[in-house]
Design a protein. Structure first.
Length: 394
């Protein structure tokens, strides 16, 4: 296996029928992927993640920039010369060959012995639970079965880098969860440098050591799952990562008698509440009147009796609009003025309650500059005493 490096990689498609902005599919993406690391490319449809993967594989040319495996620049090499294994989203199996022959194809082409190829096919078939399919032909398989065969064919190879395009999108949830754990263990045990594309953040968090979040061809942030959730680089990452998504408001800084206060409003400008910022926080460089986007993670906001003890707000109440008990936590839909807020709590809330008290502790707070949308403050980085999570009385 080997490290993988992308330096200022761009991909521009033929723009004869499009304007220049639309034709730029990947814009100045740089990634430094370590030997044996598992990387997720995460983003919505059309964000450039699959184009990036296909450039690494050699199925798309690189408009500018370079791609290296170890010290070898590969972006000028033919796909067959790169020693890269790829599982395609469209499967791309050979219809005249059985499942077993499809998986063993690249091994036999690289002059592996039949015994080695058969042993490898059995190992991967056991991993992906496709032993009963080995003598069947691809046209007889379901979409999910074909996807597992495509994945098996890629994992069976002895390659420097493994590229997986939406590798489990067609699998039913229980099987997907089981195979995610097995595949991750397999990749780690064999130190297989891997890059996979997904639009599913749950899959990205479950599989990846680090995640590259992309939007409109631009790399927004490259970091660990914890970095993306607790220290998002900008407003896009903050709103994209997290389930339920981050609650977002508008806010401006006000200085009153030496105290730093955030006046929080809805998108429509209605005043909602105030946050008294703690004195130990570093607010240097922020000026009175400066405007922000304020983000609050749903699971960080405190609910019910005792919430005010860890809060930077006073007397904050919200109307209960929806109340969903999921067996281990409650998802509350709340209204504060004309703003809708989602809060997650460990306790089960009585359905009879139509109003709750909320507390906003320092660790729930994220601030993004209104002009640039770049992060300027993350509450989870603040030193704080551990506070118990208050269970809401039934």
């Amino acid at each position: 296996m080997a490290s993988l490096t992308l330096e200022h990689v761009c991909k521009r498609y033929d723009s004869s029928k499009k304007n220049q902005d639309e034709a730029l599919a990947v814009n100045d993406v740089s990634l430094d992927i370590q030997d044996g690391e598992i990387i997720g490319l995460l983003g919505s449809s059309g964000c450039g993640k699959t184009s990036t993967l296909r450039m690494i594989a050699g199925f798309e040319s690189v408009t500018s920039g370079s791609i290296r495996i170890g010290t070898k620049q590969i972006n000028l090499l033919k796909p067959a010369e790169r020693n890269v294994a790829m599982a395609f989203e469209g499967y791309a199996l050979y219809p005249p060959l059985t499942v077993s022959q499809n998986i063993a194809f690249s091994l036999l082409r690289s002059h592996a012995s039949k015994e080695k190829a058969q042993a490898r096919v059995k190992e991967i078939a056991d991993l992906l639970e496709i032993n009963d399919l080995l003598e069947l032909y691809p046209p007889l398989l379901s979409g999910g079965q074909q996807q597992r065969v495509s994945l098996a064919r890629a994992l069976a190879r002895d390659a420097d880098v493994y590229l997986l395009d939406e590798p489990m999108s067609q699998l039913e949830p229980l099987l997907r969860a089981k195979l995610r754990a097995r595949i991750k263990e397999h990749l780690i045990a064999r130190k297989m440098t891997s890059v996979f594309v997904t639009h599913d953040q749950t899959e990205a968090v479950a599989l990846a050591d680090r995640i590259a979040v992309m939007s409109d061809g631009v790399l927004q942030q490259f970091g660990s799952p914890d970095d993306l959730k607790e220290r998002p680089a900008n407003l896009f990452v903050a709103s994209f990562i997290g389930e339920p998504p981050m609650n977002l408001f508008r806010a401006s800084l006000r200085i009153d008698s030496g105290r730093n206060l955030l006046d929080v409003t809805s998108d429509k400008g209605q005043a909602l509440f105030q946050i008294a910022l703690p004195a130990q926080a570093r607010w240097s460089g922020m000026a009175a009147g400066q405007k922000f986007h304020l983000g609050l993670r749903p699971h960080r906001v405190r609910v019910g009796e005792g919430a005010a003890a860890t809060s930077m707000t006073a007397g904050l109440t919200a109307k209960v609009v929806s109340n969903h008990w999921l067996g281990d936590q409650t998802h509350l839909g709340l209204e504060i003025g004309d703003a809708f807020v989602v809060v997650v709590t460990d306790g089960e809330l009585s359905h009879a309650q139509d109003q709750v008290t909320l507390g906003v502790p320092i660790e729930s707070l994220h601030l993004f500059d209104a002009a640039t949308t770049q992060a300027v403050f993350h509450g989870p980085d603040m030193p704080r005493a551990e506070q118990p999570r208050h269970r809401v009385a039934a």
